[in-house]
Design a protein around this ligand. Structure first.
Ligand code: GLY
Length: 433
């Protein structure tokens, strides 16, 4: 099954359950001071949950472009190093606004995964909220009893607030959740270690694919929980992970979502992706991930800049540049060359990129040129000043270290930290002694 087919199966399934299919909201958020980017499928529906607006439809489903690079839900530095974290990802979701609740949400998720998509039931685990005394929240018995209808009790695991109470941010709609995890290890490995001990333990092959959130509360600024006017369902399934499981791959980057882009990069840099943990292989993964985030954020109206959301895009782009500069030995703009491929791949899902292909390409190319110039200048200045040869120039300096004053050098530490160059500060301090 191709990734496009899998996406269609999800949407068609929920259509057959009375859901209206809606488009993805922009990945950049312009009207919510609590968020810079869409970090979950439910963001665009926040006002329906809070009771501030009435929805046109009580049941909807979609695939949403999301970005998680900072704050509550992700860390940029992990992306590309492992096989399953991303900056931009698609989140498949189905929603009930004051309509169905736990019973249907659980039944349909199970039906889709096991009857329609034919996942092996013996490889699935589910989690339910165990409760939290401090917050006066009780064990989610209702979800537990629903799951019991479909899955053996030893596969229903209890989870704490960190894993099983979903919150959009510091404030806003939230509620207990039930996650579905898949064990993708080999039969041999599964015999040696019981899969349930690896759930929510950061194992690269035992991964969460779907989160069913039962929205019941609003977290207020003072930290308290207020009951929402109605109960809602908010589910989020990581599309890239689902595709990986269904395509039987060990890594999200080995699915047809990413292999086309990786092939393009191979042609440009004239090197082969070897699936390993080497810095070169990480660079292929970083580029194939980051170009999607950069391309779609710019297409949705956010240009790289020095503040706020624009600065996040700039950081992602610069991380990608440093990786190709250092580990793919490519010294001229590369990322912009990938846009035509990505635009075509997503033409029928997120047409906004192909519609603005020339503009997006131009912005990325100019941003790359400017950073490459800074990188080059910084490296030369650093080398002149210290007499040190930087082994790893792509991780090079991008500010003026041409100073005789330690304090001034220290001022550059924020930038150095941001680009993983703390070690350079030590070197500078040593030379000055
Ligand atoms: N809103 C559900 C999730 O993002 O996991």
């Amino acid at each position: 099954m191709t990734s496009s087919e899998i996406r269609s199966i999800f949407l068609d399934f929920f259509k057959s359950k009375g859901h209206t299919i809606v488009p993805s909201a922009p990945i950049v958020i312009k009207n919510d001071p609590t968020l810079l980017f869409t970090n979950a499928g439910m963001n665009q529906f926040k006002d329906y949950f809070l009771g501030n607006k009435n929805p046109d439809h009580k049941r909807v489903a979609d695939t949403q472009k999301c970005l998680r690079v900072s704050g509550k839900h992700n860390d940029l530095e992990e992306v590309g190093v492992d096989t399953y974290h991303h900056t931009m990802f698609e989140m498949l979701g189905n929603w009930s606004f004051g309509d169905y609740f736990k019973k249907e949400a659980i039944a349909w998720s199970w039906e889709l995964l096991t009857d329609v998509l034919k996942l092996d039931k013996d490889r699935l685990y589910v989690t339910v909220f165990e409760g939290d005394e401090k917050e006066s929240l009780s064990f989610d018995r209702e979800a537990y009893d629903e799951w019991k209808k479909y899955i053996a009790e030893e596969r229903i695991l209890k989870g704490n607030k960190k894993d099983n109470f979903w919150e959009m941010g510091d404030t806003g709609p939230c509620g207990p959740c039930s996650e579905i995890h898949v064990d993708c290890r080999t039969e041999e490995e599964r015999k040696q270690v019981d899969g349930k001990t690896l759930v929510n333990a950061d194992h690269p092959q035992v991964i969460e694919i779907w989160n069913l959130v039962f929205m019941q509360f609003n977290r207020l600024k003072d930290g308290s929980l207020q009951n929402l006017p109605e109960k809602h369902v908010d589910t989020g399934m990581g599309f890239e992970r689902l595709v990986r499981v269904l395509q039987g791959k060990q890594s999200n980057y080995d699915t047809d979502i990413f292999t086309g882009t990786i092939n393009e990069i191979e042609k440009i840099v004239n090197k082969k992706y070897d699936f390993s943990d080497s810095k070169q292989a990480v660079a292929f993964r970083v580029l194939s991930d980051h170009i999607r985030a950069i391309g779609f954020c710019i297409a949705d109206g956010q240009l790289p800049s020095n503040t706020g959301a624009g600065y996040v895009i700039r950081r992602i782009l610069r991380r990608a540049v440093r990786y190709y500069f250092s580990y793919l030995d490519y010294k001229t703009p590369l990322l912009f060359q990938l846009i035509p491929h990505i635009a075509q791949q997503f033409e029928n899902v997120f047409p906004e990129l192909i519609q603005q292909q020339d503009f997006v390409t131009k912005v990325i190319k100019e941003e790359e040129e400017s950073f490459l110039r800074t990188l080059d200048k910084g490296i030369r200045r650093f080398n002149d000043y210290t007499g040190f040869y930087i082994e790893d120039p792509g991780m090079g300096i991008m500010t003026d270290t041409h100073t005789t004053n330690i304090e001034e050098v220290t001022k550059t530490s924020t930038i150095l930290e941001e680009i993983n160059l703390n070690f350079l500060l030590d070197e500078i301090q040593k030379i000055k002694k």
